[in-house]
Design a protein around this ligand. Sequence first.
Ligand SMILES: [Zn+2]
Length: 328
Amino acid sequence: MTLRDLPKVELHLHLEGAAPPAFIRGLAREKNIDLSGIFDEDGGYVFRNFEHFLSVYEAACEPLKSAEDFYRLTTAVLEETASHGVIYAETFISPDFCGGGDVAAWRDYLDAMAQAAKDCETSHGITLKGIVTCIRHEGPEQAKRAAKCAVETMGDFLTGYGMAGAEMMHRPADFAYSFDMAREAGLSLTCHAGEWGGPDMVTETLDALKVARIGHGINAHRDADLVKRLADEGIVLEVCPGSNVVLKAVDGWASHPIAKLRDAGVPVTISTDDPPFFHTTMTAEYDALSKTFGWGADDFLDLNKVAINAAFCDEATRADILKRLEQA
Ligand SMILES: [Zn+2]
């Protein structure tokens, strides 16, 4: 079995960030929106650094206006993801991009995404769950609106709440109200931290927001006490190595701390983050990890089991995916 065929679980995938460039270009053309500045000559997304990446990302979202657009986006992303062996994925979705934080508008978008997920489960054998994600640099008030949207529409498809965006803006405790609201409603929680911030940001996030998983969390490796805490408490890291390499959050594959964290007993998982932006796929991630750390099929099975055990899904889905992983 090739690395591409290996069944995989992916927990950290931004829906708009996973939009195939050809899909966005086609949609922009239909709507007469000029996005030529965000693509290179090969048709891929182009940006200079993390801040510029955020603005290119927002520009790429511009043609995504209606619930129907999000049905098509979800379908395009799932077809691409499933083609790399992913059988279960979770995706970050944002009411800010879907109706501007209004609950009624959000519900239409969410229904469209859930329907696309259902259709792709039948056609491509991939299960998708959604995590409403507030955008950190938009501030705590907007995060509350996102949390309210999540709480009002949670269910079979929408199972989590989280936070992405510029990590160094605001402190985790500023968002405690939103995370408390989501937790009390029964949503599972994750938050980006320790990608740009140090171990202190990861610690503060755990203490203030009481999340089960951390997005990235790679800088935790600089603090032995925190590494021990992550291992002891079973805090799962959604590691996106290719993203870290391209955005220069690490110096390169060889110095990526994922193997060191795993060896220390921290539950780590593998995801692509915003794959076309970082010129990556799940196959490319596995390939690079295999070449860099010598990981083979047994290691990947182990990592995928960690991921599905940390997935924000119902127990029947978890058991089903676990069985498919083990049978492969
Ligand atoms: Zn991310």
